[in-house]
Design a protein around this ligand. Structure first.
Ligand code: CAO
Length: 262
């Protein structure tokens, strides 16, 4: 038996010829340095301080069909008062009502970590995207403000953010923060707590999605994800879940929020 001679190797394809036309090399720009000033400087300081906080995350989804109807109904009355009514004042007011039941979510840890300071005021910070960058002014004493008053304050802060800049007093004394990233896009975000606060919530984009109704039928649901971050030194997951459940219940059944108003 004689082995068959190996087949001759296929000829290698010829290497491609270099193109005749070579695009001209564009000049490469050098690196550029820029001082970190203004709101960006505040962000550096605040985010460095946040590294000392042991964060945990907690997420849920909220069905906003009823709240959307409520907002529609409130809009004309708000306009009569010269106020623009977005969802934020409702999210903020519901949070303030829920904070009454879970005051630890509106607290701070003392510098020596020996005490929890429960804040009497609900000074709710609102993360704001401005031409100068991220800034987080707060709406003071939301526990005493109506939804219209919160809307008016938010309008004022948005106007200041877009024109003269946010005043120092509006930046001081935040006790709890909400960040509506969904106004720009994105369904979820991992928010970072600004010390000495112990909690922050990030709101995702409101989307129309299929969900089951009470009878098992598929219906159109307006869904928004909420992502909370808590300071695990003083807020545990169960407390955050109960706080979030209460907030969610008020948004899904706005009548329960009205029952909680003073
Ligand atoms: N999903 C879908 N639509 C939303 C929405 C959401 N989560 N939130 C707001 N919208 C809608 C509003 O209802 C409004 O529509 P209408 O004119 O029909 O009412 C429109 O988007 C514009 O809202 P707005 O942004 O002017 O007002 P707002 O009160 O909802 O939000 C503010 C105010 C300051 C929170 C927001 O403008 C903003 O700056 N968000 C960015 C926050 C941010 O950068 N977070 C990141 C922090 S960490 O880097």
């Amino acid at each position: 038996y004689a082995a068959a001679a190996p087949a001759p190797a296929a000829p290698k394809p010829a290497a491609p010829k270099p193109p005749k036309f070579q695009p001209p090399a564009l000049p490469v720009q050098g690196d550029r340095r820029e001082p970190i000033r203004g709101y960006a400087r505040l962000m550096v300081q605040s985010m460095n301080a946040s590294l000392s906080i042991p964060h945990f995350g907690y997420n849920d989804e909220i069905r906003l069909n009823s709240l959307s109807e409520l907002r529609k109904a409130l809009k004309p009355a708000a306009e009569e008062r010269g106020v623009r009514m977005s969802y934020m004042p409702l999210f903020i007011k519901a949070a303030s009502v829920a904070l009454r039941s879970y005051p630890v979510v509106n607290s701070s840890v003392s510098a020596d970590e020996k005490e929890i300071i429960y804040h009497g005021s609900h000074n709710v910070g609102v993360a704001m995207d401005t031409a100068q960058g991220l800034v987080v002014p707060n709406i003071k004493n939301c526990q005493n403000l109506s939804v219209f008053e919160i809307a008016a304050e938010l309008n004022r802060l948005q106007h200041d953010g877009a024109t003269s800049g946010i005043k120092a007093e509006d930046l001081a004394g935040t006790t709890f923060t909400l960040s509506n990233i969904g106004a720009i896009g994105g369904t979820t975000m991992v928010p970072v707590i600004a010390a000495p606060q112990v909690a922050i919530g990030a709101l995702g984009k409101i989307q129309t999605l299929p969900r089951f109704g009470p009878g098992g039928e598929v219906e159109r649901a307006m869904i928004m994800d909420i992502s909370w971050a808590g300071d695990h030194r003083v807020v545990d997951g169960a407390t955050m879940a109960r706080f979030s459940n209460l907030w969610k219940d008020m948004l899904e059944n706005p009548a329960t929020m009205i029952a909680g108003l003073r």
